[in-house]
Every structure is written in structure tokens, then in C-alpha cells.
Write a protein that binds this ligand. Structure first.
Ligand code: IPE
Ligand code: IPE
Ligand code: MG
Length: 241
């Protein structure tokens, strides 16, 4: 099923889930699932660009994922660096601009440095904006935004009555101050799970949610098109009638 090229969402966000189950089904270690997941991510970045999507946000590591074993957590970050280092040249050539949503100061040093280099080397690019949600939590970012606004109010730089939805949105990771991305029209979750798991709670207020039963490492261009076509078949009412 092909998606209508003339009605592409501007911003697609993806909860890349199912790496562990994919590994289990193949009888291989979980990290092999994460490795295959990175390849899927690469495919989808490339294809998003081809489809003319302007913003792609992927959920790579949540504020809750620290609960996993040290081996799994450090393995995930190592893989991410591998991806970033291996594909950086290509991202630059393809005019992709990379942003990280989340406080990545908490991740291991080498991973952080590799990421910082990528952010810097792609910052002038004007094509697809690829946001990697890393150590990201929806509640965490709303809390951070609230803290900043409370501080400004305490310092007399903003009146509480002047705090609007725009003010709160501005200090989120997707806000004008940082990634500057519109709300996603579409949130895809793979592996058949039907929940948000703390992803884009504020920005997803009116997003269409499409669930794919495919485990993330098997997610391909065809399934991506099917998800977009499903989104295009929805009737978006935004509270109107
Ligand atoms: C998603 O796959 C990747 C991360 C959360 C980092 P999972 O590792 O959650 O895979 P399942 O849900 O156990 O299959
Ligand atoms: C959500 O998946 C986080 C990422 C995909 C990075 P999880 O696998 O961590 O979510 P739960 O635990 O099933 O809700
Ligand atoms: Mg999972």
C-alpha cells in the first residue's frame, strides 16, 4: 500500500519497539536485536527523506530505560555511536540535520562526544531534521519547562498570568529554543504495543497513533508506507465536528 505523496505528514514520530522480542524469536542476545534495530532506523531515516517528510523523531532511549541491565544500557549507547560514526558522512551528504531530544549529558562520555560532533557537523543542513529522543521522557521535559518558567517568574521576568501553552511548549526539547519542530501529525509504535510510554505527551495531544505489529528490526519501507497510508485515511477533527 502506497502513501499519497501529496498528503505527507510534516512530522512523523516513531516508538521503535520490539528489539528484545525480535532477538528472542531468533534465539540471539538482546543486543543483536538492538543492532538490527539500528539498521532499521537507518532505513527509515533514508526513506523519510525520500518521502519528503520534514521531521522524523525516533524514541531511542527513555528516562525509564535506565532500569535495564548495565550491559544492555551501555550496549545500546555503543551501537548508537557506531551508527552515528559510520553514517555521519552520509547524513551530511544527504543534508540531514540531527538533533537530540533529551538530556544526553547523562550518557557515557564517548557516546556523548560522538553525538556532539554529529550535532555540530550537521547543524547547518537544511533537509530532513532527524530528532533522536535519548534519555527522553515526556514528563521530564514538562517538568524542566515548568522549572524554567517558575524561575523566570520568581525573578520577576514573567507574570504568571502571561504563561501560555506557547510558553510551556517553547521550553520543551521540541520548542523554539532547541529542536524547533512542529507537533507530530503521526506517532507510529511498532511491535503491537498500544501505549505511549512517556513519549511526546505534550506534543502528541492531537497526533494520530498508528500501531504496527511488526517488530522494529523488521520494520521496512513497505510497512512504513502502510502506516502513513493508515494515517492518511483518518478523519482528523481536533475537537470540532
Ligand atoms: C526497543 O526495543 C528499544 C529500546 C527500548 C531501547 P525493546 O528492547 O523494548 O524490545 P522489547 O520490547 O523487549 O521486545
Ligand atoms: C519505549 O519502549 C521506549 C523506547 C522505544 C525507547 P519500552 O519497551 O521501554 O516501553 P514499555 O516498557 O514497553 O512501556
Ligand atoms: Mg519494549
Amino acid at each position: 500500500m502506497k502513501a499519497d505523496r501529496d498528503r505527507m505528514p510534516k512530522h512523523v514520530a516513531i516508538i521503535m519497539d520490539g528489539n528484545g522480542r525480535w532477538a528472542k524469536s531468533k534465539g540471539v542476545p538482546r543486543l543483536m536485536g538492538h543492532r538490527a534495530g539500528m539498521e532499521a532506523m537507518k532505513r527509515i531515516v533514508d526513506y523519510s527523506d525520500k518521502l519528503g517528510i520534514k521531521y522524523l523523531t525516533v524514541y531511542a532511549f527513555s528516562t525509564e530505560n535506565w532500569k535495564r541491565s548495565v550491559e544492555e544500557v551501555s550496549g545500546i549507547f555503543k551501537l548508537l555511536v557506531t551508527f552515528v560514526n559510520r553514517d555521519l558522512r552520509e547524513l551530511i551528504d544527504n543534508n540531514v540535520k540531527v538533533k537530540v531530544l533529551g538530556d544526553y549529558s547523562a550518557i557515557p562520555d564517548d557516546s556523548r562526544k560522538a553525538l556532539e560532533k554529529t550535532l555540530k557537523d550537521t547543524e547547518r543542513n537544511t533537509g530532513l531534521q532527524f530528532n533522536i529522543a535519548l534519555n527522553y521522557g515526556g514528563r521530564d521535559e514538562i517538568t524542566r519547562s515548568t522549572q524554567r518558567i517558575a524561575k523566570m517568574a520568581a525573578e520577576g521576568r514573567i507574570n504568571p498570568e502571561d504563561v501560555t501553552e506557547e510558553t510551556i511548549g517553547k521550553y520543551l526539547w521540541t520548542g523554539a529554543e532547541y529542536a524547533d519542530a512542529p507537533d507530530p501529525e503521526l506517532i507510529i509504535r511498532t511491535s503491537g504495543e498500544v501505549r505511549l510510554s512517556n513519549f511526546l505527551l505534550w506534543q502528541g495531544a492531537y497526533s494520530e497513533i498508528v500501531i504496527s505489529d511488526v517488530l522494529w528490526p523488521d520494520f521496512d519501507e513497505e510497512e512504513y508506507e502502510r502506516c502513513i497510508a493508515e494515517y492518511q485515511s483518518r478523519d482528523r477533527r481536533f475537537g470540532g465536528r
